[in-house]
Write a protein that binds this ligand. Sequence first.
Ligand SMILES: [Zn+2]
Length: 206
Amino acid sequence: METAVLEAMKEVHRTALEMSKRGLVAGTSGNCSARVTDMDLVVITPTSIEYELLLAEDMCVVSIDGEKVEGRYSPSVEINMHLEIYRARPDVGGIVHTHQTMATAISTTGKGIPPILEEQVFKLGGAIEIAEYALPGTMELALSAVKALGDRKACLLPHHGAVAVGSKVRDALLNAEILERTAHAFIISHLVGGPRVVPFMDITHP
Ligand SMILES: [Zn+2]
């Protein structure tokens, strides 16, 4: 196998374990992937295997058109969502889909998160939008997630969880953590008078 593919398998495996360790997913929920640059390939976690039991060689290799190339397991059921995001966003090299608690709690309200933190605005691109509801694993959810993501780095999936993207899968994980801190701050801020949006005019540094 090509070195770039093997590297991507290791990177996706490492990020999957981190997602689990940091409490962004549990059991077999969530998934993550990396684009193999210049090869039209995507490496993604397999479906229905606990994170702790995963090995780097268990990662699935899929073409950008959705055909399985390598791997003894089936790819995550959210493979379409990952592929649609890679097709729509050439800048994205890695994706994590999580069931992180605070963002998921907000996803039950059917609303996104306004731009309330500087970190959120600078790193995630502003307001966090929420997708239209669709069942997990469907093409409707995939397309709706692409729309909610727009040109930003994260979005919510209603009654389900979140998606974060980055130039590498590791950056996507860090963005998922920024999203979780933002979601946490948003919830807590309602106990102390409610949040205000960042006054954009005052922001002059990147
Ligand atoms: Zn999910």
